[in-house]
Design a protein around this ligand. Structure first.
Ligand SMILES: NC(=O)c1ccc[n+]([C@@H]2O[C@H](COP(=O)([O-])OP(=O)(O)OC[C@H]3O[C@@H](n4cnc5c(N)ncnc54)[C@H](O)[C@@H]3O)[C@@H](O)[C@H]2O)c1
Ligand SMILES: CC(C)[C@H](C(=O)O)[C@@H](O)C(=O)O
Ligand SMILES: [Mg+2]
Length: 357
């Protein structure tokens, strides 16, 4: 039966990188994968066309798809809008609507790029770690929140960091299940020395390990130390599980182990739905220039074939094609190294298609 994919290009380089991922989907279709591919609106582009960053039609289409592949949202043009209709609300809204609580952000250092990192090659080479980020709760969604003017004229801006036991337990379970297939090592990152909500996080993660995953070697780390350790000695980590905001920050940091944020794909999973997207944003500084790295998005498509479409053989081929273009010394500007050949977004996409054969 044909698998339905919803493409949500979004804003800025989102449009450019999804165009390259689309080439890969078209290749898969031409090579036997039965796919129905639709496109929808999200983010600033959706706001401009419909007055909302997350049209009802997009949610409906996402819910009837087997998987969603998203580019990026946001941009300077929409920064002065009210929060309720900012492009980012479209992304948060679809994560919430699909209950995508488990965000997998694999940081894999390709051998060809070990010296593209700003860290020493010996520090990063061989890295293959997984950041498991809680995605549908925490400070991003907690109530109350807002900005108020107080009686004395000062303004008060506030957000609330809330976690419930079940929200912690389900993402911790995902992390443990992933770790069972890897090194059986999980580091849970929190700020339990200061924040009660993450003291609960630590307690729940520990209790679940004790009750159901005694084989897992579980460690806990405060987020400030984790940020430092990620740069000092990243190879100590395999699976890292953490809250929504800490995971946002730590995964951007982890991306630089790989050479560029343009290399890091992600899968956002819930019980019923799945969405795939690069971890980076709409990159207003390079949008429209045709220089963005499309590989994080193409690798997100690979994760989609593997996890949601049951087409692991196609995912293997995409992964091999990405390896091949790097072997051919082709580099977008963000991963450019001396002696290599610099290519733009479309040329990188074309090279992947050529390598796919
Ligand atoms: N998932 C998302 O849609 C997402 C993620 C992060 C930021 N954003 C939004 O994107 C906008 C810009 O945010 P930002 O500048 O903080 O983060 P960003 O990730 O868009 O860009 C950060 C830096 O990384 C570079 N970069 C990002 N992706 C790249 C790629 N594929 N190839 C080469 N270089 C790349 C950019 O040029 C920029 O210098 C904001 O509106 C923000 O809210 C969206
Ligand atoms: C754009 C923003 C809402 C988003 C987040 O903070 O989750 C982004 O930074 C990401 O990492 O996907
Ligand atoms: Mg982010």
């Amino acid at each position: 039966m044909s698998k339905r994919i919803l493409l949500l290009p979004g804003d800025g380089i989102g449009q450019e990188i999804i165009a390259e991922a689309r080439k890969v989907l078209d290749w898969a279709q031409a090579n036997g994968a039965e796919l129905t591919i639709d496109e929808g609106l999200i983010g600033g582009t959706a706001y401009d066309e419909t007055g909302t960053p997350l049209p009802e039609a997009t949610i409906t289409a996402a819910k009837s798809a087997d998987a969603v592949l998203l580019g990026a949202v946001g941009g300077v043009k929409w920064e002065s809008l009210d929060y309720a209709v900012r492009p980012e609300r479209g992304l948060l809204g679809i994560r919430k609507a699909l209950d995508l609580y488990c965000n997998l952000r694999p940081a894999v250092v390709y051998p060809q790029l070990a010296d593209a990192s700003t860290l020493k090659p010996e520090v990063v080479s061989g890295i293959d770690m997984m950041v498991v980020r809680e995605l549908s709760s925490g400070i991003y969604f907690g109530e109350p929140k807002g900005v108020e003017t107080l009686a004395d004229g000062r303004k008060k801006g506030y957000n609330t960091l809330v976690y419930h036991t079940d929200e912690i337990e389900r993402v911790a379970r995902s992390a443990f299940e992933i770790a069972m297939k890897r090194s059986k090592k999980v580091c849970s990152v929190d700020k339990a020395n200061v924040l009660e909500s993450t003291e609960l996080w630590r307690d729940v993660v520990t209790a679940l390990r004790d009750a159901e995953y005694p084989q897992i070697e579980l460690s806990h780390m405060y987020v400030d130390n984790a940020a430092m350790q990620l740069i000092r000695n990243p190879k100590q980590f395999d699976v890292m599980v953490t809250t929504n905001m800490f995971g946002d920050i730590l995964s951007d940091a982890a991306s630089m182990l790989t050479g560029s944020i343009g290399m890091l794909p992600s899968a956002s999973l819930g019980e019923k739905y799945a969405l795939y997207e690069p971890i980076h944003g709409s990159a207003p500084d390079i949008a429209g220039k045709g220089v963005a790295n499309p590989l994080a998005t193409i690798l997100s498509a690979s994760m989609m074939f593997r996890y949601s479409l049951d087409l692991g053989a196609i995912a293997d081929k995409i992964d091999a094609a990405v390896n091949s273009v790097l072997d051919q010394d082709l580099r977008t500007a963000d991963i450019m190294q001396a002696g290599k050949t610099e290519v733009g977004t479309a040329a990188m996409g074309d090279a992947v298609i050529k390598a796919l054969g």
